[in-house]
Design a protein around this ligand. Sequence first.
Ligand SMILES: [Zn+2]
Ligand SMILES: [Zn+2]
Length: 260
Amino acid sequence: MHIELLELHRRVLGRVPLPWFELNADVFEKHNASGEALLRFQDIKIETSDLRLLMRQIADVLRRHGALEDADYQRIQTIGRDMNLLEFAGRWYRSGARHHSVAAIGIAHHHVSAGTHEPTDEALDQVLALAMRPWLTRCAEVVQQRAELGLWAHAHCALCGSEPDFAVITPAAERHLICGRCALRWKFESLTCPYCRNNDRSRITSFATPDGQYRVYACDECHRYLKAYDARRATRPVMPVVDSVATLPLDAYAMQRGYS
Ligand SMILES: [Zn+2]
Ligand SMILES: [Zn+2]
C-alpha cells in the first residue's frame, strides 16, 4: 500500500512547480519570533485537477487495502469532485497541529472504525495529508536549502506549522526533526521532548534498536514518543515514509509501554 502511495506521489511531484514566496533573513527572524509558519495556504500553487485526481487515486488504493471504509470512500470521492475542494484542503492545512501522519494510516484508522462510528473527518484528513504531500514537499525543498532555517527554534514545522513525526540523528550527532506533513527537517535539542518541551533527561526514556539503526525518544511527562533514524551508522539517507513503515514494530513496543 505504501509503495503504491509513494508511486502516486512521485507521479504528481514531477509536475508540481517550485513555489515562490518571500524568504529572507528578516522574514525568518519575524516568523521565528512569532512562531508563525512561513507558508500560507493561498501561496501554494495547487493545480486543482491534479489534486482531484490524486484524491481519487489515493482513496482507491486505501480502500483496496482495507484502510478506508466504504462510507468514507464515497464521501471522499464526492468531496474530490466538489467545487469547493480547495476550501476543504485549506481547512485541513490550517488545522495543522491535528495532522495525520502519512505512515500511520492503517494503524490509527482501525480504532476509529471499531464500534459506533463517529462522524469525524479522520478519513478525509488522512487522504488530504497524502494528496497534498507533493505540493508541501516541493515547498519544503525550497526552505530546506536556506541557511536561515538554522534560526528556527520551535518544535513545530517552520514551513507548514505541523508537528514532527519522525527524526534523524545526523553524523554530527545532532537530532533533526522531520515534519509529518511536508517532510521539512530542522535541528532541535536531542533530549527535549518536541511535544511538551520537557527537557528533564531523567524523564526521557531513550533506547536504540539492537542493530542501532533506529532510536526511540519517549517522554515520561506527556507520554508521547518520537522515532529517529540513526544516520551515523547508515549507508543511505533517511527516507521518512519508508523508515516510518519499517519501524512499525517500534510503535507497537512504545504503545505497549504506555506511550502514544
Ligand atoms: Zn511541515
Ligand atoms: Zn513530552
